[in-house]
Design a protein around this ligand. Structure first.
Ligand code: 7RM
Length: 654
């Protein structure tokens, strides 16, 4: 791939206020630069110091990094620790009564769990799992709604050294079976039902269906938490109620002391091709990434009330619900429901009610809430907020400004955090008391993260030119391997093209003259229009800047003159246009893109839908859009699609 062309221009810059900077843990650019300088000059002692300060070790490590089996790196590998001890026990002496979790159920009911209570619940459930024969190294699949029990289950696994594999509660039976089978799980933990947006989700029934499929024979026990009064089918030889399992279990449980490199969990993530990859994370390195980035990126302070809206089924819910906040002894909100129920002010009402000070959500949620009520936040007292965060995709500058002004009152730094399931923790994000933000940029790497942009020969590209986003040195929270597939791990993430030296993230990006990173899209989303390589996200950003447009996704289709032509799938803020109206709006949008970024990026074809095809985590399924753009039959798997009915709309030419 020759270098990409960057066409996005955004020059606004927002430094932290003096007040914010003065109070921040990393205060001002000099402090940020000093940390980067330490990491650059003394890479291993930089990480060593953090690992000694932030993790409570049963037995301290003597080796920092073992790279003799590269790219299978080992960090702190003769150290001994327990992750759940670090998230719970070590806080008990000083803050056992502090609230760990403020749980708000779908129906609005609120309950609070202190650190002492969470510790008891984790211990009892850990003992329950042990009584079922679960031991160190066994795999436990977790298929639960957002709630205290999901966190208890993950922490209980960590406590006894079992490897959890959380499967998002929106996935189908087939997806559950695939993950059970690949991991060879012996136990599944689920709930009878979940509750989302006033409707029940049949989790146990889906587990039953999954385990009846071929390949799921490894499962011996299914633990069922009773979340609702809904009835479920029961196999008495296999199923056991959570409350019965823990009924006679003691409230303490000696942690299983683990080696730093023992796997903590597997989390499956889809690649561009093939079956999902079981991303395997370590105990100590992963925990350090989660704890330290939480402290830096959110400028966490002990009296903060933190809320991350991500589900525990995704990496964000692992690092920034389960491990980072608890590892830091934070108070956090956990929400069972959806942002639009009972209405689109749910988030704003909850921020007011719980006095949330750090709020972390996804651009897709922000855009949908703008669409459903851009003025709604003004009806609530959001003055408790001090830091806002985003994750999962680039945020377009219009949504950024709205988030900044309308939600944050122009007072709160926005931390746009770029990272991946594979990186385990945030990699590129502003430290909010130091790095000035720019709308749409994830800004600068965290100290110790050697991110860069290179061309296909591995050479650094000049500012403004796009290329491959790589991380040039291993870091503690990086994926260790793909479960059962070390070869795929090597090929995918440490390819020969870069002599196996760089971690290849699979995203394209460019840096501006200040070194700020601008993510352009996944590598396989890159278009080549008449020899110009364009990141799809830049065109999408231009479309979304049009006042009529709520959301847009852009893909390429083969074109015999230009190589590739741009096809845009657009959701308007108003009703989906049809007939002459659709043609008129399409013409207007084509002109708009030509005007905003140049004729080269102008879509040949525009399709309108009421929504875009998305996975349940809100990621646009571009492979489906590529098929539609080419006019192909859809033969791909659509089982992870949230809203299959909109495909028909998008297939209709104007
Ligand atoms: C945390 C998470 C990873 C992919 C990644 C990017 C995209 C994530 C941002 C982003 C632009 C961001 N893990 N991505 N964060 N793109 N700006 N701040 O989402 O494994 O599910 O996805 O998501 O393409 O490679 S993930």
């Amino acid at each position: 791939m020759s270098t990409l062309e960057s066409i996005l221009k955004e020059t606004r810059s927002f430094p932290p206020s003096d007040d914010f900077r003065h109070k921040a843990t990393v205060s001002g650019m000099e402090a940020y630069n000093a940390l980067c300088e330490q990491a650059n000059s003394q890479y291993l002692s930089f990480w060593e110091k953090l690992a000694r300060e932030q993790i409570s070790w049963k037995q301290p490590f003597t080796r920092v990094l073992d790279d003799s089996q590269a790219p299978f790196f080992k960090w702190f590998d003769d150290g001994v620790l327990n992750v759940s001890y670090n998230c719970l026990d070590r806080h008990l002496a000083t803050q056992s009564d502090k609230t760990a979790i403020i749980f708000e159920a779908d129906d609005g009911e609120v309950s609070r769990v202190s650190y002492a209570e969470l510790h008891r619940r984790v211990c009892r459930f850990a003992n329950g799992l042990k009584s079922l024969g679960v031991k160190k190294g066994d795999r436990v699949v977790v298929y639960m709604p957002m709630g205290v029990e999901a966190v208890v289950t993950m922490q209980a696994c960590a406590r006894i050294g079992a490897i959890h594999s959380v499967v998002f509660g929106g996935f189908s039976a087939g997806a559950v079976r695939d993950r059970v089978q690949d991991a060879g799980a012996t136990v599944v933990v689920t709930s009878n039902e979940g509750m989302r947006g006033g409707k029940s989700v049949p989790l146990k029934a889906t587990v039953d269906e999954a385990l009846a499929l071929e390949g799921a024979e490894s499962v011996q026990k299914v633990v069922v938490h009773q979340r609702t009064s809904g009835q479920v089918a029961w196999d008495a030889s296999r199923d056991i109620w959570w409350h019965e399992l823990i009924a006679s279990q003691p409230e303490s449980c000696e942690p299983e002391w683990m080696n730093a490199e023992d796997p903590l969990f597997i989390l499956y993530t889809s690649g561009s091709t093939g079956k999902p990859k079981g991303i395997q994370h370590s105990s100590a390195g992963y925990l350090l990434g989660a704890i330290n980035s939480f402290r830096w990126v959110f400028d966490f302070k002990p009296d903060d009330v933190y809320w991350c809206t991500a589900d525990v089924g995704w990496i964000t819910g692992h690092s920034y619900v389960c491990y980072g906040p608890l590892g830091n002894g934070a108070t956090q909100v956990i929400f069972e429901g959806v942002p639009t129920y009972p209405d689109a002010s749910r988030f704003w009402r909850m921020i007011e009610q719980h006095k949330v000070s750090i709020f972390y959500t996804a651009p897709t949620a922000i855009r949908s809430l703008i669409k459903l009520g851009a003025d709604l936040p003004k009806q609530f007292d959001l003055s408790s907020l001090r830091v806002l965060g985003t994750v999962g995709e680039p945020i377009n500058p219009e949504a950024w400004i709205w988030y900044y002004e309308t939600v944050g009152g122009g007072r709160c730094p926005i931390v746009d955090t770029w990272w991946q399931t594979e990186t385990g923790s945030a990699m590129i994000a502003p430290l909010p008391g130091a790095v000035p933000t720019k709308p749409g940029s994830c800004t600068l790497p965290l100290p110790g993260i050697m991110a860069d942009i290179v061309d296909e020969s591995g050479a650094q590209v000049e500012p403004g030119r796009g290329g491959f986003l790589v991380i040039k040195k291993p870091f503690p929270s990086l994926v260790r391997t793909i479960w059962n597939d070390p070869e795929r791990f090597k090929k995918t993430y440490f390819p020969e093209e870069f002599n196996g030296q760089y971690y290849l993230a699979g995203d394209s990006a460019n840096r501006d003259e200040n070194g700020y990173f601008w993510i352009m899209g996944r590598i396989d989303d890159v278009l080549n229009v008449s020899g110009h390589r364009l990141g799809t996200m830049e065109i999408e950003s231009a479309l979304v800047a049009n006042p009529l447009v709520a959301e847009a996704a852009v893909v390429g289709k083969p074109h015999d003159v230009k190589g590739e032509a741009v096809v845009a799938f657009v959701v308007l803020k108003g009703a989906r246009p049809v007939g002459e109206e659709a043609k008129k709006v399409a013409a207007e949008l084509k002109n708009w893109v030509a005007h905003e970024i140049g004729k080269i990026a102008q879509p040949d074809d525009i399709r309108f839908g009421e929504n875009l095809p998305k996975t349940r985590s809100g990621k646009i399924m571009r492979r489906l859009l590529r098929s539609i753009a080419k006019g192909e039959e859809i033969t791909q798997d659509t089982s992870t699609l949230e809203n299959p009915q909109i495909l028909a709309q998008l297939q209709q030419p104007l």
